[in-house]
Design a protein around this ligand. Structure first.
Ligand code: ADP
Ligand code: ADP
Length: 227
């Protein structure tokens, strides 16, 4: 059974038909990337999975269960959207408090200890900065903190919407290395990226979207040879 499945999903904004029958599977342990030009429907796909824009037709299925039938308190832990609007950290909370807020979204609090360690593992080089205000970090550091916070919730699938957006090339490389590490430690990832080659460089498989439809689905290797 796939960890996450989209079956013939149609999503609308009013009468704008943004997703026209999208079917996607994500297996446990994979990095799957969605690529395609601006307006293709990548962000909408993530919003549809996370329930921000629910599908009008078709289903989103997580571990065999329709996502809209999973009790809300559980859904909180299922996906983390790193949309431009959701990427924000809490500027007036410290780095430590920002990370703790991420752990707070979990329902199984008794296991949060090891995950705090895991989240902190990303930030080893930040030693001594735990009490610094989030708002005083650089843009790239804030983005890493946002990913760290998302990880604290130990999501079943980490939904990443253009995590490299607006970052200097050296930071983009760091972010991609972190995403690879997170996956190597067992987190399943659905990654949306403008930079297709970077995304295909770390993904196992990819889907190419065009005007709300999937036009190609293949291994990352095959897709990057096509690019
Ligand atoms: P991508 O992430 O691939 O750039 P989006 O998912 O943002 O594409 O957009 C898919 C389509 O839906 C586009 O035609 C876009 O204009 C439209 N769209 C996205 N968000 C909204 C919205 N809030 N209201 C109306 N149309 C939207
Ligand atoms: P993205 O592709 O990452 O969604 P966009 O620049 O397309 O970024 O969209 C930025 C914001 O504007 C999003 O919140 C999106 O929902 C909204 N938006 C995008 N297209 C439209 C549209 N045609 N009408 C209204 N809102 C839109």
């Amino acid at each position: 059974m796939a960890l996450l499945e989209l079956n013939d999903v149609h999503t609308y904004y009013g009468n704008i038909h943004a997703l026209k029958g999208i079917s996607i599977t994500v297996e446990k342990g994979e990095i799957v990337t969605l690529i395609g030009s601006n307006g293709a429907g990548k962000s909408t796909t993530l919003r549809t999975i996370s329930g921000i824009t629910p599908p009008r037709q078709g289903q989103v299925v997580l571990e065999g269960q329709r996502i809209d039938q999973i009790p809300a308190h559980k859904v909180v832990n299922l996906g983390v959207l790193q949309s431009p609007e959701g990427r924000r950290i809490f500027p007036r909370l410290s780095v430590r408090e920002n990370l703790e807020m991420g752990a707070f979204t979990r329902t199984d609090k008794e296991n949060s200890g090891p995950d705090m360690e895991r989240g902190w593992g990303l930030f080893r080089r930040w030693k001594g900065r735990a009490s610094q205000y989030g708002g005083t970090l650089s843009g790239g550091e804030q983005q890493m903190l946002a990913i760290g916070r998302a990880l604290m919730g130990r999501p079943k699938v980490l939904l990443l919407d253009e995590p490299s957006m607006g970052l200097a090339p050296v930071l983009v490389e760091q972010i991609f290395n972190i995403i690879k590490d997170i996956n190597a430690q067992g987190t399943t990832i659905l990654l949306v990226e403008q930079n297709a080659l970077m995304a295909l460089g770390i993904a196992h498989r990819g889907y190419v979207l065009q005007t709300g439809q999937i036009v190609l689905a293949d291994s990352a290797k095959a897709l990057s040879e096509n690019e």
